[in-house]
Design a protein around this ligand. Structure first.
Ligand SMILES: C[S@@+](CC[C@H](N)C(=O)[O-])C[C@H]1O[C@@H](n2cnc3c(N)ncnc32)[C@H](O)[C@@H]1O
Length: 282
């Protein structure tokens, strides 16, 4: 086999085995390996990690060594024994105590996205998502499936918080939003982006609009020091053409958000917010 064929074969194997890398990451997070090592006073050996995460010594050893090869852990040998500790990457992103933790996102990807991707060929054949086949939940509406239980809804909301803890600032500074004193985050989840927006543009007021269940969960599980400036509104939006939107708007029951081409309107389950037609992003 020539060297270009070697390269192609290696690439093929990288692609074919890629799912194993994802699973190592998901499994180590789910077992709590990185949290255990973060809490320990020093590096731990296999027996201590296995006991701490309540797993077999043999399986734990294999998992830890793969994590080392993926640069998720570091190992040092003392007296012929291996001791493991977190790398900078795992300390920053894979421990629940870190302000930039991505643990909920990885759990969501492992338990939900990954399982749906297992049906990719069927999804392509049928041209639709595979939530019904994967979870037994009809998925005309994507979020009905993602929010198939209270626990899943909370996990997804936490996952988005985590993403914005890393990316929110760069997204919100891509444009100067300081000229907008009133904003609406349409489908704003638990308000992570709104909070980030407040810290960047302290003078603004933001309405976070989302379905009732999400607003309730946000109020119950996520803390807000910016209550004065962040207002949650429950409702369900739909995307429609411009003409319909305008005619509904004239009836006074609907608030207008969006750009010229792709306007959106929504009905609010609670009080009206005439100030919302100032600006929105979603
Ligand atoms: C991909 S998430 C984004 C959440 C948030 N903007 C963020 O980035 O963290 C989409 C959000 O839209 C909300 N959503 C989806 N369909 C909706 C609808 N018809 N009416 C209101 N909210 C909706 C979901 O509940 C979810 O919070």
């Amino acid at each position: 086999m020539g060297s270009s064929e070697d390269q192609a074969y290696r690439l093929l194997n990288d692609y074919a085995n890629g799912f194993m890398v994802s699973q190592v990451l998901f499994a180590a997070c789910e077992l709590g390996v990185f949290d255990l090592l973060a809490e320990a006073p020093g590096p731990l050996d296999v027996a201590a990690v296995a006991a701490g995460v309540r797993a077999s010594a043999h399986g734990t050893e294999l998992l830890l060594d793969i994590c080392v090869s993926l640069k998720l852990l570091k190992v040092e040998t003392r007296g012929g024994k291996a001791f493991y500790r977190n790398t900078e990457l795992s300390s920053d992103y894979l421990t629940t105590v870190s302000p930039t933790s991505q643990c909920s996102m990885l759990k969501y990807m492992g338990r939900t996205s990954y399982r749906c991707w297992g049906h990719l060929a069927d999804a392509v054949r049928e041209g639709r998502n595979q939530y019904l086949e994967t979870f037994g939940v009809p998925a005309e509406e994507l979020f009905t499936a993602i929010y198939r239980s209270e626990g899943e809804r909370l996990q997804f909301m936490q996952a988005l918080q985590e993403v914005w803890s890393v990316n929110g600032r760069s997204v919100l500074t891509a444009f100067d939003l300081s000229v907008f004193p009133l904003m609406c985050d349409l489908g704003g989840g638990a308000g992570a982006l709104a909070k980030e927006c407040m810290s960047l543009y302290p003078g603004c007021k933001i309405t976070v609009f989302d379905i009732p269940e999400v607003v309730w969960t946000a109020k119950q599980h996520f803390s807000f020091q910016e209550e004065e400036q962040i207002d949650f509104q429950e409702g369900v939006f739909v995307s429609v053409g411009k003409q319909r939107c305008v005619s509904r708007l004239l009836q006074g029951d609907w608030m207008f958000l969006g750009n010229e081409e792709d306007v959106m309107w929504f009905s609010s389950h609670s009080r009206k917010h005439p100030q919302l037609n100032t600006v929105c992003y979603s």
